[in-house]
Design a protein around this ligand. Sequence first.
Ligand code: 13P
Ligand code: SF4
Length: 298
Amino acid sequence: MEINTIERLKKEKNAVILAHYYVDGDVQAAADVVGDSFTLAKLATNLDAEHIIMAGVEFMGETVKILNPDKHVYLPDLDADCPMAHMVQVEKIEEMRKQYPDLAVVCYVNSTADIKAHSDYCCTSSNAAKIVSAIDSDTIFFIPDGNLGRNIQGQFPDKTFINNDGCCPVHDQMTPEKIVNLKNAYPDAAVFAHPECKPEVLEHVDYKGSTKGILKAVGDLDRDVNIIITEQGLLYELEKNYPNKKFIFPDMICEGMKKVTNEKIAAILEKGINEIHVDPALAERAKLPLDRMLAICN
Ligand code: 13P
Ligand code: SF4
């Protein structure tokens, strides 16, 4: 698919394409903005375009729609999903609220609209600790990603964390043994990992943080060889930013993100298909924890 065709269609339709770092490089090249989950959510509140194509998985498209109820928001592939977004149920939240009256429910943005609507605060991997530090409650129910909760709870010795048992199937497959093997193979390399990995994995890394954080930290640490423990899509932006550095990625691929193609984006622009709809009453409730996150991290 020619990028020029997409460029022409975008102008004709007054559309913008937002893309996450995990989609294929040719999709990132065609996008107007590429970012981590927080950057994309924040930016989505400031767009003039009438049509927004979210090149990512379902929760990302839903988040953009919740923040822009009057705009047309599209997902290149309606089956592009994040399995972790479904790893907690509303019944579980209600049960926990009954058990702990002081509970604050902190919901990772990788979650369904329904789960957001039953949560108190949203967060992303780049701001989870900042959000928790703004909460008065002593008891935090961190959903749906148990690893992210476990990875920040050490910063809050006065709070009780209850971490849901969900996880990202892509990042959770990484083990300390695999990292040690990679470090032995590349002894001079720096190691960077996403906080969706298990805590025992992060003990072996030089930097832990969101996709955007990793991009910056590679420049800060400034090593020739870099082991990157996250989804392989990030390689596109890393190579663009640091053409002289070497990047080693383990075999970590997010199937949902890989469903996004420029052909599917062009089909949206030509036919107006794959629009996302969120029930307005649900969207209004789901917007509250997102608005709180944006206010804390403005
Ligand atoms: P970021 O917020 O770091 O972009 O992560 C999103 C995600 O889905 C990681 O698996
Ligand atoms: Fe979900 Fe993991 Fe894919 Fe991120 S990498 S979208 S958390 S499955």
